[in-house]
Write a protein that binds this ligand. Structure first.
Ligand code: WQD
Length: 337
Protein backbone atom coordinates (compact mmCIF):
# COMPACT_ATOMS: atom_id res chain seq x y z
CA UNK A 1 0.00 0.00 0.00
CA UNK A 2 1.45 3.39 -0.99
CA UNK A 3 1.45 6.97 0.30
CA UNK A 4 0.57 9.50 -2.39
CA UNK A 5 2.59 12.73 -1.94
CA UNK A 6 1.18 15.66 -3.91
CA UNK A 7 3.82 18.33 -4.56
CA UNK A 8 6.45 15.73 -3.71
CA UNK A 9 9.08 17.36 -5.93
CA UNK A 10 8.95 20.59 -3.92
CA UNK A 11 11.07 21.69 -0.97
CA UNK A 12 9.10 20.14 1.91
CA UNK A 13 7.56 17.41 -0.25
CA UNK A 14 10.93 16.03 -1.41
CA UNK A 15 12.35 16.00 2.11
CA UNK A 16 9.21 14.28 3.39
CA UNK A 17 9.45 11.70 0.57
CA UNK A 18 12.96 10.82 1.74
CA UNK A 19 11.85 10.46 5.37
CA UNK A 20 8.90 8.27 4.27
CA UNK A 21 11.13 5.99 2.19
CA UNK A 22 13.62 5.72 5.06
CA UNK A 23 10.66 4.75 7.30
CA UNK A 24 9.87 1.89 4.88
CA UNK A 25 6.93 3.48 3.10
CA UNK A 26 6.20 3.10 -0.63
CA UNK A 27 5.81 6.64 -2.05
CA UNK A 28 4.09 7.82 -5.23
CA UNK A 29 4.59 11.48 -6.24
CA UNK A 30 2.31 13.71 -8.26
CA UNK A 31 3.61 17.17 -9.12
CA UNK A 32 3.03 19.65 -11.98
CA UNK A 33 6.63 20.91 -11.70
CA UNK A 34 5.38 24.52 -11.63
CA UNK A 35 7.66 25.29 -8.68
CA UNK A 36 10.12 22.36 -8.75
CA UNK A 37 12.37 20.36 -11.05
CA UNK A 38 12.31 16.75 -12.22
CA UNK A 39 16.01 16.66 -11.25
CA UNK A 40 14.77 16.21 -7.69
CA UNK A 41 13.70 12.65 -8.57
CA UNK A 42 17.32 11.72 -9.38
CA UNK A 43 18.47 13.33 -6.14
CA UNK A 44 15.88 11.36 -4.09
CA UNK A 45 17.05 8.15 -5.78
CA UNK A 46 20.72 8.98 -5.12
CA UNK A 47 19.97 9.58 -1.42
CA UNK A 48 17.61 6.64 -0.76
CA UNK A 49 18.38 4.13 -3.52
CA UNK A 50 14.66 4.23 -4.37
CA UNK A 51 13.11 6.05 -7.36
CA UNK A 52 9.50 6.81 -6.40
CA UNK A 53 6.86 6.40 -9.08
CA UNK A 54 6.22 9.94 -10.46
CA UNK A 55 3.27 11.35 -12.39
CA UNK A 56 3.57 14.88 -13.83
CA UNK A 57 0.09 16.36 -13.38
CA UNK A 58 -1.82 19.16 -11.73
CA UNK A 59 -4.04 17.86 -8.93
CA UNK A 60 -6.98 19.76 -10.45
CA UNK A 61 -6.86 17.35 -13.43
CA UNK A 62 -9.47 14.92 -12.10
CA UNK A 63 -9.15 12.32 -14.88
CA UNK A 64 -5.34 12.16 -14.58
CA UNK A 65 -5.60 11.95 -10.80
CA UNK A 66 -8.25 9.23 -11.05
CA UNK A 67 -5.90 7.19 -13.23
CA UNK A 68 -3.20 7.39 -10.53
CA UNK A 69 -5.63 6.03 -7.93
CA UNK A 70 -6.86 3.33 -10.34
CA UNK A 71 -3.33 2.17 -11.22
CA UNK A 72 -1.98 2.04 -7.67
CA UNK A 73 -2.90 0.73 -4.22
CA UNK A 74 -2.97 4.07 -2.36
CA UNK A 75 -3.66 3.94 1.39
CA UNK A 76 -3.02 7.56 2.39
CA UNK A 77 -2.27 11.01 1.00
CA UNK A 78 0.07 13.80 2.11
CA UNK A 79 -1.01 17.00 0.36
CA UNK A 80 1.67 19.66 -0.26
CA UNK A 81 0.72 20.81 -3.76
CA UNK A 82 -0.24 24.51 -3.50
CA UNK A 83 0.91 28.01 -4.37
CA UNK A 84 2.56 29.48 -1.28
CA UNK A 85 3.97 32.99 -1.78
CA UNK A 86 2.20 35.46 0.51
CA UNK A 87 2.99 38.56 -1.56
CA UNK A 88 2.04 36.88 -4.84
CA UNK A 89 -1.26 35.76 -3.32
CA UNK A 90 -2.18 39.42 -2.69
CA UNK A 91 -1.56 40.23 -6.37
CA UNK A 92 -3.19 37.06 -7.76
CA UNK A 93 -5.98 35.99 -5.36
CA UNK A 94 -8.10 34.31 -8.04
CA UNK A 95 -5.20 32.04 -9.09
CA UNK A 96 -4.50 31.19 -5.43
CA UNK A 97 -8.11 30.36 -4.54
CA UNK A 98 -8.56 28.38 -7.76
CA UNK A 99 -5.34 26.40 -7.49
CA UNK A 100 -5.23 25.77 -3.74
CA UNK A 101 -8.92 25.24 -3.02
CA UNK A 102 -10.03 23.47 -6.22
CA UNK A 103 -7.04 21.12 -6.25
CA UNK A 104 -7.80 20.09 -2.68
CA UNK A 105 -11.50 19.53 -3.39
CA UNK A 106 -10.64 17.46 -6.48
CA UNK A 107 -8.18 15.38 -4.50
CA UNK A 108 -10.68 14.76 -1.68
CA UNK A 109 -13.38 13.71 -4.17
CA UNK A 110 -11.06 11.25 -5.92
CA UNK A 111 -9.88 9.88 -2.57
CA UNK A 112 -13.48 9.29 -1.50
CA UNK A 113 -14.33 7.59 -4.81
CA UNK A 114 -11.42 5.17 -4.22
CA UNK A 115 -12.03 4.52 -0.52
CA UNK A 116 -8.86 6.34 0.65
CA UNK A 117 -9.48 7.75 4.13
CA UNK A 118 -6.12 8.96 5.53
CA UNK A 119 -5.11 12.55 4.74
CA UNK A 120 -2.24 14.72 6.00
CA UNK A 121 -2.66 18.40 5.17
CA UNK A 122 0.15 20.94 4.83
CA UNK A 123 -1.17 23.95 6.74
CA UNK A 124 0.72 26.92 8.12
CA UNK A 125 1.18 29.04 11.25
CA UNK A 126 -0.15 31.86 9.10
CA UNK A 127 -3.67 30.72 10.11
CA UNK A 128 -2.98 32.23 13.55
CA UNK A 129 -2.85 35.72 12.02
CA UNK A 130 -1.23 38.17 14.46
CA UNK A 131 -1.29 36.13 17.72
CA UNK A 132 -2.12 37.95 20.98
CA UNK A 133 0.88 36.26 22.61
CA UNK A 134 3.52 33.56 22.11
CA UNK A 135 4.10 30.62 22.33
CA UNK A 136 1.08 29.66 20.22
CA UNK A 137 -1.03 26.58 21.00
CA UNK A 138 -3.37 24.82 18.58
CA UNK A 139 -6.48 26.25 20.28
CA UNK A 140 -5.50 29.88 19.56
CA UNK A 141 -7.96 31.99 17.55
CA UNK A 142 -7.62 31.61 13.78
CA UNK A 143 -7.53 34.49 11.30
CA UNK A 144 -5.67 35.41 8.16
CA UNK A 145 -4.23 38.57 6.61
CA UNK A 146 -3.63 37.45 3.02
CA UNK A 147 -5.23 35.20 0.36
CA UNK A 148 -2.54 32.51 0.74
CA UNK A 149 -3.29 32.21 4.45
CA UNK A 150 -7.02 32.30 3.72
CA UNK A 151 -6.71 29.29 1.40
CA UNK A 152 -5.04 27.35 4.22
CA UNK A 153 -7.72 28.32 6.74
CA UNK A 154 -10.58 27.60 4.32
CA UNK A 155 -9.18 24.14 3.61
CA UNK A 156 -8.80 23.49 7.34
CA UNK A 157 -12.47 24.45 7.82
CA UNK A 158 -13.49 22.15 4.95
CA UNK A 159 -11.55 19.27 6.52
CA UNK A 160 -13.18 19.86 9.92
CA UNK A 161 -16.64 19.76 8.32
CA UNK A 162 -15.87 16.64 6.27
CA UNK A 163 -14.43 14.82 9.27
CA UNK A 164 -17.56 15.69 11.31
CA UNK A 165 -19.79 14.22 8.61
CA UNK A 166 -17.67 11.18 7.75
CA UNK A 167 -16.37 9.10 10.67
CA UNK A 168 -14.22 7.03 8.30
CA UNK A 169 -12.15 10.12 7.32
CA UNK A 170 -8.91 10.48 9.33
CA UNK A 171 -7.03 13.77 8.95
CA UNK A 172 -3.86 15.29 10.39
CA UNK A 173 -3.62 19.07 9.94
CA UNK A 174 0.02 20.13 10.36
CA UNK A 175 0.71 23.84 10.96
CA UNK A 176 4.30 24.60 9.90
CA UNK A 177 6.16 27.52 11.35
CA UNK A 178 9.16 28.66 9.29
CA UNK A 179 10.82 25.80 7.40
CA UNK A 180 14.56 26.26 6.66
CA UNK A 181 17.61 24.05 6.12
CA UNK A 182 18.21 21.15 3.75
CA UNK A 183 19.09 17.46 3.65
CA UNK A 184 22.62 16.82 4.97
CA UNK A 185 23.75 15.60 1.52
CA UNK A 186 23.45 19.17 0.20
CA UNK A 187 21.82 17.79 -2.96
CA UNK A 188 18.23 18.92 -2.34
CA UNK A 189 17.00 22.16 -0.83
CA UNK A 190 14.86 25.25 -1.16
CA UNK A 191 14.92 26.80 -4.63
CA UNK A 192 12.26 29.55 -4.86
CA UNK A 193 11.39 30.94 -8.28
CA UNK A 194 13.01 34.36 -8.85
CA UNK A 195 13.95 36.66 -5.95
CA UNK A 196 13.24 34.83 -2.67
CA UNK A 197 10.42 36.15 -0.50
CA UNK A 198 11.56 34.24 2.58
CA UNK A 199 14.46 35.19 4.81
CA UNK A 200 16.71 32.13 4.72
CA UNK A 201 16.82 31.65 0.92
CA UNK A 202 17.46 35.38 0.58
CA UNK A 203 20.38 35.13 3.04
CA UNK A 204 21.86 32.14 1.18
CA UNK A 205 21.61 33.99 -2.16
CA UNK A 206 23.52 36.92 -0.61
CA UNK A 207 26.10 34.49 0.82
CA UNK A 208 26.65 32.84 -2.56
CA UNK A 209 26.94 36.23 -4.29
CA UNK A 210 23.70 36.12 -6.28
CA UNK A 211 22.23 39.07 -4.32
CA UNK A 212 24.21 42.03 -2.97
CA UNK A 213 22.71 42.55 0.48
CA UNK A 214 19.80 41.65 2.71
CA UNK A 215 17.02 44.15 3.35
CA UNK A 216 15.90 43.80 6.95
CA UNK A 217 12.19 44.70 6.98
CA UNK A 218 12.02 46.95 10.03
CA UNK A 219 13.88 47.16 13.34
CA UNK A 220 11.13 48.90 15.32
CA UNK A 221 9.05 45.85 16.31
CA UNK A 222 8.42 45.16 20.03
CA UNK A 223 11.07 42.39 20.11
CA UNK A 224 14.46 42.02 21.82
CA UNK A 225 16.33 43.69 18.97
CA UNK A 226 13.46 45.32 17.06
CA UNK A 227 13.46 42.83 14.15
CA UNK A 228 10.80 40.21 13.46
CA UNK A 229 10.86 37.02 15.54
CA UNK A 230 9.94 33.64 14.02
CA UNK A 231 10.12 29.92 14.85
CA UNK A 232 12.58 28.49 12.31
CA UNK A 233 12.34 24.71 12.01
CA UNK A 234 14.67 22.38 10.10
CA UNK A 235 12.90 20.91 7.07
CA UNK A 236 14.07 17.40 8.03
CA UNK A 237 12.41 17.81 11.44
CA UNK A 238 9.29 18.90 9.58
CA UNK A 239 9.53 15.86 7.29
CA UNK A 240 9.84 13.51 10.26
CA UNK A 241 6.74 15.13 11.75
CA UNK A 242 4.79 13.96 8.69
CA UNK A 243 5.96 10.38 9.16
CA UNK A 244 4.75 10.49 12.77
CA UNK A 245 1.44 12.07 11.76
CA UNK A 246 0.83 9.31 9.22
CA UNK A 247 1.48 6.71 11.91
CA UNK A 248 -1.01 8.54 14.15
CA UNK A 249 -3.71 8.12 11.49
CA UNK A 250 -3.34 4.34 11.80
CA UNK A 251 -5.04 4.81 15.20
CA UNK A 252 -8.09 6.21 13.32
CA UNK A 253 -8.18 9.39 15.47
CA UNK A 254 -10.64 11.32 13.27
CA UNK A 255 -9.24 14.87 12.81
CA UNK A 256 -6.10 15.96 14.70
CA UNK A 257 -4.15 19.24 14.47
CA UNK A 258 -0.52 19.90 15.44
CA UNK A 259 1.96 22.77 15.44
CA UNK A 260 5.28 21.74 13.92
CA UNK A 261 7.78 24.20 15.35
CA UNK A 262 10.75 24.25 17.72
CA UNK A 263 9.21 26.52 20.37
CA UNK A 264 12.17 28.91 20.00
CA UNK A 265 11.81 32.42 18.59
CA UNK A 266 14.73 33.91 16.65
CA UNK A 267 14.90 37.45 15.26
CA UNK A 268 16.06 38.36 11.77
CA UNK A 269 19.39 39.60 13.15
CA UNK A 270 19.74 36.45 15.31
CA UNK A 271 19.45 34.35 12.14
CA UNK A 272 21.86 36.56 10.18
CA UNK A 273 24.44 36.21 12.98
CA UNK A 274 23.93 32.45 13.27
CA UNK A 275 24.26 32.03 9.51
CA UNK A 276 27.50 34.04 9.36
CA UNK A 277 28.98 31.94 12.20
CA UNK A 278 27.88 28.67 10.58
CA UNK A 279 28.97 29.51 7.03
CA UNK A 280 31.90 31.86 7.57
CA UNK A 281 30.16 34.24 5.16
CA UNK A 282 29.47 37.85 6.05
CA UNK A 283 25.90 38.93 5.21
CA UNK A 284 25.76 42.65 4.40
CA UNK A 285 22.37 44.14 5.30
CA UNK A 286 20.48 47.38 5.58
CA UNK A 287 17.45 48.21 7.70
CA UNK A 288 14.51 49.26 5.52
CA UNK A 289 10.79 49.85 6.11
CA UNK A 290 8.56 47.11 7.50
CA UNK A 291 7.01 44.74 4.92
CA UNK A 292 3.23 45.11 4.63
CA UNK A 293 1.40 42.31 6.44
CA UNK A 294 4.33 41.24 8.60
CA UNK A 295 3.75 40.53 12.29
CA UNK A 296 6.22 41.11 15.12
CA UNK A 297 6.42 37.67 16.65
CA UNK A 298 5.31 34.11 15.95
CA UNK A 299 6.62 30.96 17.61
CA UNK A 300 5.07 27.63 18.55
CA UNK A 301 4.15 25.66 21.61
CA UNK A 302 4.85 22.24 20.05
CA UNK A 303 4.12 20.19 23.16
CA UNK A 304 0.95 18.60 21.74
CA UNK A 305 2.89 17.01 18.85
CA UNK A 306 5.43 15.78 21.36
CA UNK A 307 2.73 14.30 23.61
CA UNK A 308 0.53 12.73 20.91
CA UNK A 309 3.02 11.97 18.12
CA UNK A 310 6.17 11.41 20.14
CA UNK A 311 7.73 14.04 17.86
CA UNK A 312 10.01 16.93 18.70
CA UNK A 313 12.38 19.04 16.62
CA UNK A 314 15.94 17.72 16.89
CA UNK A 315 17.99 20.28 14.94
CA UNK A 316 19.11 23.67 16.21
CA UNK A 317 19.82 26.89 14.33
CA UNK A 318 23.48 25.93 13.76
CA UNK A 319 22.50 22.84 11.73
CA UNK A 320 19.74 24.78 9.98
CA UNK A 321 22.29 27.35 8.78
CA UNK A 322 25.05 24.82 7.99
CA UNK A 323 22.66 22.67 5.95
CA UNK A 324 21.12 25.65 4.11
CA UNK A 325 24.60 26.88 3.25
CA UNK A 326 25.82 23.44 2.06
CA UNK A 327 22.81 23.19 -0.31
CA UNK A 328 23.22 26.71 -1.70
CA UNK A 329 27.01 26.66 -2.00
CA UNK A 330 26.89 23.24 -3.76
CA UNK A 331 24.04 24.41 -6.02
CA UNK A 332 24.44 28.19 -6.63
CA UNK A 333 21.95 27.90 -9.51
CA UNK A 334 19.63 25.53 -7.69
CA UNK A 335 18.49 22.60 -9.84
CA UNK A 336 19.46 24.22 -13.14
CA UNK A 337 21.89 21.87 -14.87
C1 WQD B 1 10.63 35.96 8.21
C2 WQD B 1 11.13 37.23 8.87
C3 WQD B 1 10.42 39.24 7.75
C4 WQD B 1 12.72 38.45 4.08
C5 WQD B 1 5.98 33.25 5.47
C6 WQD B 1 4.56 32.78 5.30
C7 WQD B 1 4.39 31.44 5.97
C8 WQD B 1 5.41 30.47 5.44
C9 WQD B 1 6.80 31.00 5.70
C10 WQD B 1 4.50 29.24 3.60
C11 WQD B 1 10.07 38.34 8.92
C12 WQD B 1 11.93 39.09 7.67
C13 WQD B 1 12.14 38.35 5.34
C14 WQD B 1 13.64 39.49 3.82
C15 WQD B 1 13.40 40.26 6.09
N1 WQD B 1 5.22 30.25 4.06
N2 WQD B 1 12.49 39.24 6.32
N3 WQD B 1 13.95 40.36 4.84
O1 WQD B 1 6.75 35.98 6.59
O2 WQD B 1 7.34 34.66 8.69
O3 WQD B 1 6.25 33.49 6.82
O4 WQD B 1 6.88 32.27 5.00
O5 WQD B 1 3.96 28.36 4.21
O6 WQD B 1 3.10 30.96 5.72
O7 WQD B 1 3.71 33.69 5.95
O8 WQD B 1 8.59 34.24 6.57
O9 WQD B 1 10.91 34.25 5.77
O10 WQD B 1 9.23 35.81 4.65
O11 WQD B 1 10.03 36.31 6.96
O12 WQD B 1 13.69 41.07 6.99
O13 WQD B 1 14.18 39.65 2.69
O14 WQD B 1 12.20 37.78 8.09
O15 WQD B 1 10.04 40.60 7.99
O16 WQD B 1 10.26 39.05 10.13
P1 WQD B 1 7.21 34.72 7.22
P2 WQD B 1 9.72 35.15 5.89
Amino acid sequence: MAVLVTGGMGYIGSHTTISLIEAGQEVIIVDDLSNSSVVVLNRIEAITGVRPKFYELNVMDESALTQVFSENEIESVIHFAAYKAVGESVEKPLEYYTNNIVNTLTLLRVMKAHGVHKFVFSSSATVYGDPHKCPITEDFPLSTTNPYGSTKLMIEDMLRDIAKADATFNVAILRYFNPVGAHKSGTIGEEPNGIPNNLMPYITKVAVGKLSRLNVFGDDYPTHDGTGVRDYIHVVDLADGHVKALQKLDELPGLVTYNLGTGNGLSVLDLVKAFSEASGQEIPYQIVARRAGDIAMCYADASLANKELGWTAKYGVKEMCEDSWRWQSNNPNGYEI
